[in-house]
Ligand binder design. Structure first.
Ligand code: GLC
Length: 453
């Protein structure tokens, strides 16, 4: 997939839609609104999650035979047209996992203020991070041996985070009949057999053997890539199994075959206006790519990432931030430092992110972003996230007709109310302290009567 591309339903190819398959997909898309609201309630509340890209590609560290991969390293096998047996022989022994610690990873996510964790269970290379009866190309064949999807599932359930799985159903460069460009005769095969003998059994395994699974994060829809194989009929067969086993699961828009899913998936960017009327989740990398790449040191700063999280929440979306463990399972130092820095901010300001709704203001706020929450008794709390401190320490809000109850700093609620001045034309001004309390983003809470429209 190209960087920054939004996959929308329109982009997906919908070949071979039989009336029956189409009906099946529509049934899933046309769920009763109250059921859908209940199913997505936790997800909308969560706002912040962890993505984990760990796979055989991690063992290559972004280079093949000394040559850096020009595109995402997890696409190396395709980019270099590496024969299947050669790829497996080179990387299986290097995937050692001896320092992979699911409890510590989940704890780091929890402390960062994340509410859900989505590890790659099978990426485009076709390798399963879980033990599978459907394929022998799994973690059991590596020195890491253990079923680390189970490790993460158990850690999530034990520490109170939601657990989901990423599964590449369309692209599979390893199993005969899997989607994508073919460069090795071993990839030839029947795609219906691939769906019925690999995808569906593995999805069954993932949805039945790991306790509660809250998200199925598909990748990538059939028409998105050359050789894509997920059409409406195949999508419908997969969906039937998912709905039977986990009717409340949340799915993204990347299954293919015309299935809209629950969530839009902008990749590595935040859309200017979000997706009004649709749930959405930006997935973002910490550096330039998803998987561990030893020479990619273009780490985004905690300031950038915290502000992206705020920006996303202010547009009503979720932020799924990725980590790429090394082949031994340990995390790059800067990954840990960054997540801890984000956690420091979230511990104080999590209330301004979790369970909040998009900004009520249509205008661009020159000083930052706004999220909001409905409090009891018809009170609306506005969270004003300041990225730039006003030169005169006066925060200027757009016109508000609501009665204002008070303003305070979220980081210092005990410091007392901030003085508020209402101008004759209805604009509000809040007197801030001279010094900015938080370098990442200071949050001013303003409570008003009624909804802000
Ligand atoms: C793209 C890439 C895939 C990556 C995913 C994460 O679809 O193909 O490598 O895992 O995005 O969003």
């Amino acid at each position: 997939m190209t960087r920054g591309k939004v996959i929308s339903q329109q982009d997906m190819a919908t070949p071979m839609i039989s009336a029956q398959a189409e009906q099946m997909i529509r049934t899933f898309d046309n769920e009763a609104p109250h059921h859908r609201e209940a199913r997505l309630a936790w997800w909308r509340e969560a706002r912040f999650g962890l993505f984990v890209h760990w796979g055989l590609f991690s063992a290559a560290g972004g280079t093949w035979k000394g040559e850096p991969c020009p595109f995402l390293g997890c696409w190396m096998q395709d980019r270099f047209r590496i024969p299947l047996a050669e790829y497996a022989a080179a990387l299986l022994p290097k995937f050692t996992g001896e320092r992979f610690d699911p409890e510590a990873i989940v704890k780091l996510a929890l402390q960062a203020g994340m509410k859900y964790v989505i590890p790659v269970a099978k990426h485009h290379e076709g390798f399963s991070l879980f033990h599978s009866q459907a394929s022998d190309f799994t973690i059991a064949q590596t020195p890491a041996r253990q079923d680390w999807i189970r490790g993460l599932a158990d850690a999530c359930h034990g520490q109170g985070l939601r657990f989901g799985v990423y599964y590449s159903q369309n692209l599979d460069w390893h199993h005969p009949g899997g989607g994508g460009i073919r460069w090795d005769p071993a990839q030839d095969g029947d795609s219906d057999r691939y769906v019925d003998e690999i995808v569906i059994p593995q999805v069954r395994e993932l949805l039945t053997g790991y306790g509660e699974v809250s998200v199925l994060w598909w990748d990538i829809p059939g028409g998105e890539v050359p050789g894509g194989i997920i059409d409406a009929a195949r999508a419908a067969r997969i969906l039937a199994v998912v709905r039977e086993l986990r009717p409340n699961i949340v799915m993204n828009n990347r299954l293919g075959g015309g299935f809209a899913g629950d969530t839009e998936t902008p990749e590595q960017f935040i859309p200017p206006t979000g997706f009004p009327g649709r749930d959405w989740e930006t997935c973002q990398t910490l550096n330039r790519t998803w998987e561990y790449t030893h020479y990619d040191r273009e780490w985004k700063s905690p300031t950038t990432l915290i502000r992206e999280l705020i920006d996303t929440a202010s547009k009503g979306g979720n932020y799924l931030l990725n980590i790429g463990p090394k082949p031994d399972g340990s995390l790059p130092r800067s990954t840990v430092d960054t997540l801890r820095a984000m956690g420091g901010w979230m511990q104080v300001h999590g209330e301004a992110i979790h369970g909040t709704c998009a900004s009520p203001f249509a205008t661009i706020l020159p000083w930052g972003r706004c999220t909001q929450r409905q409090l009891p008794d018809g009170v609306t709390r506005l969270y004003l996230h300041l990225f730039a401190w006003p030169f005169d320490s006066i925060l200027r809000l757009p016109t508000l007709t609501n009665t204002v109850l008070g303003a305070a700093l979220l980081s210092e609620p005990g410091a007392g109310p901030l003085p508020i001045l209402r101008q004759a034309d209805g604009r509000l001004e809040v007197q801030l302290p001279i010094a900015e309390p938080d370098d990442y983003a200071t949050v001013v809470m303003v409570d008003v009567v009624g909804r802000v429209t």
